[in-house]
Design a protein around this ligand. Structure first.
Ligand code: UGA
Length: 502
């Protein structure tokens, strides 16, 4: 479709309140699948492609290769209504679209910079296959100035002189586990554009989201009233920078909370009390102040590194970010120190793990702290058994030698210590009496500060966490006769036999 005709179609359909654009997603990972499915739900005609043939075959058969709440049902519904389809043929996806969203991976290189080779491949493919004008939207997280390079490559490899290939940056702010909700109810939509025509086209793409014209699977069609998301029109460089700056700030916020937690342990303060009060200041805000094992996943760790490298390349001293990264890397070591202190000798001990995913509500284990913890425990000669609602299949591909359990209770069976490594809500609600009976020694090391120390002590557990000294909690009902150990930084007794005072 030529650009003039395309624009006419848009304005005509806009008048009747419906604008169905033809959109292709290149890359069917978390971002591509969620974006494609949600845009199909918003009424557009979406075609998704990926160079992983197995993934496309699975999607065509209705199998969603990732766990993301609400995605399966929405994907199936939109495939049925034929708003959403999948193809292995990337050239077909390029030709069929008015707008092409690049959603390929930008993994870290050895030096921490983002590997942009997949973006470069897509650019050359689009340039050589496009027979009509297209809008190319950069959705993958990329360093500032990538859009300018993209434009250059599209121009250099363009086969048909009359074809216009415009570029925009439209960063995503989706969190795994709540990605569908984040897409349909965003805080903000950022459009980095260079031409009016591009802005107009992107506004049309997002119009159903801004006007809330979709069936919301999260609120079952009854979304709570909320103000319309902010739509920000920026330059492409700003849009790209907004994404890295946002993720890096979140990472710094977590590392800051973790440093405060360490200090709490030393001075006998409680991190939960401190961050709660801090978060009530609207200038700080309550979120991303949860102390513990630190941040993992495929976004925060790699984005902070890429941002550090970008700053270095530009001659800007961003030591602050390097510190946030260093603090985060120390978290696993601190957890291991707590384990060593509590178990004395790790070799020959049985350790149960609750939670493998890098965070709750996902099956993603990329850069999950759990992997480093398991690696260290195995190296030191522990026997490991683990349970996670969603992430066991992926973890077993890396650690086939550990025992994977049907439920948290099996993970607690005959273990010397039970570690909580992911903040799954289910772990708050366990039958702790049953768990205590199953364990060789009732000891919990809570890497996510998920449980209430006082309640765990009352149940007779030896309980370790981050930044919440046990001595500050309500006096435990359990009187414990055992050698002395350190609990969460406080010097208190613990152990093998407990006597409950009623
Ligand atoms: C992150 C950003 O939050 C999204 O806005 C962004 O779109 C996404 O990266 C991306 O770039 O695609 P995500 O990686 O899904 O989203 O995970 P987060 O919710 O940010 O959590 C990251 C890690 O920080 C997890 O390991 C989590 O357990 C940890 N975390 C989070 C804490 O340790 N403390 C907190 O207070 C919050």
């Amino acid at each position: 479709m030529e650009l003039g005709r395309e624009a006419d179609t848009v304005s005509l359909e806009s008048k009747i309140g419906r604008c169905k654009l033809r959109i292709s997603m290149i890359g069917c990972g978390y971002v591509g699948l969620v974006t494609g499915t949600c845009l199909a739900e918003a009424g557009h005609q979406v075609l998704c492609t990926d160079n992983d043939a197995e993934r496309i075959a699975a999607l065509k058969a209705g199998v969603v290769p990732i766990y993301e709440p609400h995605l399966d049902a929405m994907l199936a519904a939109n495939c049925r209504s034929q708003n959403l389809s999948f193809t292995r043929n990337a050239a077909e996806a390029v030709r069929a679209a008015d707008a092409i969203f690049i959603c390929v991976g930008t993994p870290p290189l050895e030096n921490g910079e983002a590997d942009l080779s997949a973006i470069d491949n897509v650019a050359r493919l689009v340039a050589s296959e496009a027979l009509t004008s297209k809008l190319v939207v950069e959705k993958s997280t990329v360093p500032a100035q990538t859009g300018q390079q993209l434009k250059r490559v599209l121009g250099l490899y363009r086969r048909h002189g009359a074809v216009q290939l415009r570029v925009a940056s439209n960063p995503e702010f989706l969190r795994e586990g709540t990605a569908v909700q984040d897409f349909l109810h965003p805080d903000r939509i950022v459009l980095g554009v260079e031409e009016e025509e591009t802005e107009k086209q992107l506004r049309e793409i997002y119009r159903p989201i801004l006007e809330r014209r979709f069936r919301c699977p999260v609120h079952l069609g009854a979304c709570p009233p909320a103000k319309s998301p902010d739509l920000l029109i920026t330059t492409m460089n700003s849009a790209e920078l907004i994404k890295h700056a946002s993720n890096s700030f979140l990472a710094m916020k977590i590392s800051y909370a973790n440093m405060i937690a360490d200090l709490c342990e030393k001075v006998g303060a409680d991190i939960k009390e401190v961050t709660r009060a801090m978060g009530l200041d609207p200038r700080i805000g309550p979120r991303f102040l949860d102390a513990g094992l630190g941040f993992g996943g495929f976004c925060l760790p790699k984005d902070i590194q890429a941002f550090i490298r970008l700053a270095e390349r530009c001659g800007v001293d961003f030591t602050m970010l390097k510190e946030a990264e260093r603090v985060n890397k120390r978290r696993v070591d601190l957890l291991l120190e707590k384990i060593r202190k509590a178990l004395w000798v790790i070799k020959g001990k049985r350790v149960g793990i609750l939670g493998l995913a890098f965070k709750a509500n996902t099956d993603d284990i990329r850069f999950a702290p759990s992997l480093e913890v398991i690696r260290a425990l195995l190296a030191e000669g522990a026997q490991v058994r683990a349970y996670d609602q969603e992430a066991m299949d992926k973890t077993s591909a890396i650690f086939p030698q550990i025992h994977y359990c049907r439920d948290p209770y099996e993970a607690a069976q005959d273990v010397d210590a039970l570690l909580i490594l992911t903040e799954w809500e289910e772990f708050r609600q366990l039958d702790w009496e049953r768990i205590s009976d199953l364990m060789l020694r009732p000891m919990i090391i809570d890497g996510r500060n998920l449980l209430d120390p006082a309640a765990m002590m009352e149940r007779g557990f030896e309980y370790h966490c981050f930044g919440r000294p046990i001595e500050n909690q309500t006096a435990p009902k359990a009187i414990i006769h055992a050698p002395e150990v350190f609990l969460a930084g406080a010097h208190v007794p613990s152990a093998p036999s407990t006597e409950i005072v009623t």
